[in-house]
Write a protein that binds this ligand. Structure first.
Ligand code: SF4
Ligand code: SF4
Length: 132
């Protein structure tokens, strides 16, 4: 492990240390089954994402979604079906406007260890004001 860390810190690409697992028909089938079960279990959550009336279209969520799952369409924030369920948008939306159905309304949002995490400042975005 130490050797790997040294190599990476010295600029060696991390992929040089990857260990390939030989293909195995049983593993591949198990992986497919787990994936299908996961997709089936999570699909209802992914379909229930929306931005409520507090959204001021600052577009932070569009920029930070690692799955490129969020876009602005006809002035509304829309969610596609590529969501990783990472919860990044939910916790970083400055307006706490992103919800999963009713289950997240009024619920805790992570604001950093000191409670003062300001993603708009971090990403160099400005508040656009209400509905402008
Ligand atoms: S981060 Fe929140 S306020 Fe900003 S565009 Fe997305 S849903 Fe709207
Ligand atoms: S939960 Fe993560 S992947 Fe899903 S829409 Fe939000 S930021 Fe994107």
């Amino acid at each position: 492990m130490e050797e790997v860390l040294r190599g990476i810190l010295a600029g060696q690409p991390a992929r040089d240390y990857q260990v390939r697992v030989p293909p195995n028909a049983g593993t591949a089938l198990t992986n497919r089954l787990w994936r299908a079960a996961y997709e089936r279990f999570t699909a209802p959550f992914k379909r229930r994402f929306y931005a409520d009336g507090r959204c001021n279209r600052c577009l932070l969520c569009v920029q930070i979604c690692p799955a490129h799952n969020i876009r602005l369409e006809d002035g509304q924030i829309c969610f596609a079906d590529r969501c990783y369920l990472c919860m990044r948008c939910i916790h970083q939306c400055p307006q706490e406007a992103i919800q999963i159905g009713r289950s997240t309304v009024g619920k805790f949002r992570w604001r950093g260890p000191e409670g003062d995490f300001d993603p708009l400042r971090l990403y160099g975005l400005q508040q656009t004001g209400e509905d402008d």
